[in-house]
Design a protein around this ligand. Structure first.
Ligand SMILES: [Zn+2]
Length: 477
């Protein structure tokens, strides 16, 4: 048969090749083994050296300092084999402070610092009425004042003089020994005070960035942009060195720690030499809305930009049509925005049409009153429940940007229609209407006066410092 012959002929050179390869592999393997062994050996030696130095340290530590009076072992005070820091002289009374870690218990922290189990149990059972020891959580801070317990032989034996558990920036549990075995417990929550805070700045870049740099919380800036948008086109109207002034509430603890922010109170945007002021005011129904300085609601005006943060990609007027190629009247504003960007109703009204409409693609028209309507084209989809006859509120999301119909890319085509004819939204002035009256207007005027008094006071940094300094001695009494 030819097969074995072929076999031997074919394998013979292969064996030689293999053996050469194998030799090379073996060399590499031996080299690696050698290196690993060397590494392992040096690690073992290192470990042995470390261990011997550790034991030497412990021996020295135990002979010279039998009191075991160590720095607070912050993680697990129960672990006996690892005193974490060099010893201190036993000084009584002493204070220990911990930040609670996962798995820590108050009992561990107490007994780990020389308190007896009996004392610890008594204290914890008494503490339960004020603070359940099981509610201790990672991040809580525990501070203990310890006194020497001379009744026990242990050099570390301690009694608890006082303990403070800090639960948050504003809440603490205090325990103070008032006599042998008796303790005073108290849980305190600092009151949060509302303090007006002023941000004032020249606008560099965008309104958003400038306000953020002035320390105004982002959510508040977004709220202001939305509410200024009735009057201001943020894409076009903002010029370098326009100014902003924002008065808002800061939440401050009794001792002056800032804990966050409350509501915006007032904002001024000075652009192109014109001042736009808006004031937040709770009306007689308890609803907070923005008003102009004279007490007119700002939301009776229709939105000039029914979309957040979009740029106008095509204005109102004659233009060369991007698809048709010839000049044609553009009867609306185009806002370039990604597909899916929410579109807001420009004003309160009723849906007059929601569906396909030729070159507009998916099209929505809202009737605001007998004179005015607004229309939205190239929509990708309508918001839930948006069908003919549905009532909508100003600012409500009614649809989402798309590129349906005759469109070259995702954008919103927005039209304002007066008596059946499209008009330029940028040139439209809407009548006010919803104005405060009677007692509401009187209350609003009082608030406006207070706002300007606060702004004037906070504009002078020295005066606030003086006021704070004057308050301090009164607080400490
Ligand atoms: Zn358009």
């Amino acid at each position: 048969m030819t097969i074995p012959a072929l076999h031997t002929q074919a394998t013979h050179p292969r064996i030689r090749v293999l053996s050469r390869e194998r030799a090379q592999r073996l060399r590499v393997a031996w080299f690696l083994l050698g290196t690993l062994f060397g590494l392992g050996a040096s690690l073992l030696i290192q470990k042995a050296l470390d261990a011997s130095s550790d034991t030497a340290f412990f021996a020295q530590h135990r002979s010279s300092e039998s009191s075991e009076n160590t720095e607070p072992p912050s993680e697990e005070p129960q672990k006996a084999e690892a005193p974490p820091a060099p010893p201190l002289k036993p000084v009584w009374p002493r204070r220990v402070e911990y930040t609670v870690s996962s798995g820590d218990t108050l009992l561990d922290l107490m007994t780990g610092n020389g308190l007896s189990y009996e004392d610890s149990h008594v204290i914890l059972s008494k503490l339960k009425k004020t603070f359940d020891p099981r509610d201790i959580q990672p991040g809580h801070r525990v501070s203990m004042m310890l006194r020497e317990d001379t009744s026990r032989a242990d050099h570390n034996a301690a009694r608890l003089g006082a303990m403070t558990i800090t639960l948050s920036k504003i809440e603490q549990v205090n325990l103070t020994q008032t006599g042998p075995g008796s303790y005073l417990m108290e849980r305190r929550k600092k009151k949060l005070l509302s303090q007006p805070t002023l941000a004032r700045r020249n606008i560099k870049g965008s309104f958003y960035v400038s306000a953020e740099r002035a320390g105004v919380p982002p959510g508040m800036i977004a709220e202001l942009i939305k509410n200024f948008s009735y009057d201001i086109d943020f894409q076009r109207d903002i010029q370098p060195n326009d100014t902003l002034e924002i008065l808002y509430e800061s939440k401050v603890t009794e001792d002056g720690t800032r804990m966050g922010s409350g509501d915006v109170i007032y904002a001024l945007l000075k652009t192109g030499g014109k001042e736009h002021k808006i004031y937040k005011f709770k009306d007689e129904h308890g609803i907070a809305r923005f008003f102009t300085e004279t007490g007119e609601s700002i939301i009776k005006k229709m939105l000039r930009t029914p979309i957040d943060g979009a740029r106008i990609s095509s204005g109102f007027g004659m233009r060369k049509h991007p698809i048709l190629g010839y000049s044609k009247m553009h009867k609306g504003l185009d806002f370039a925005a990604p597909t899916g960007t929410p579109i807001f109703a420009a004003g309160d009204g009723v849906v007059e049409m929601a569906g396909r409409n030729g070159a507009y693609g998916n099209y929505l028209r809202i009737r605001h009153n007998p004179t005015w309507a607004s229309a939205y084209g190239h929509i990708s989809r309508f918001a839930r429940g948006i069908t003919k006859g549905r009532k909508v509120r100003q600012g409500e999301v009614v649809a989402y940007v798309g590129t349906t119909g005759r469109s070259t890319g995702p954008h919103l085509h927005y039209e304002l229609i007066k008596n059946g004819t499209q008009v330029n939204p940028a040139g439209v002035q809407f009548a006010g209407g919803n104005k405060l009256g009677g007692r509401s207007l009187a209350a609003f005027r009082t608030q406006v006066k207070k706002v300007h008094a606060d702004v004037a006071r906070l504009s002078k940094p020295e005066s606030t410092k003086v006021a704070e300094a004057a308050q301090k001695p009164a607080r400490s009494k």
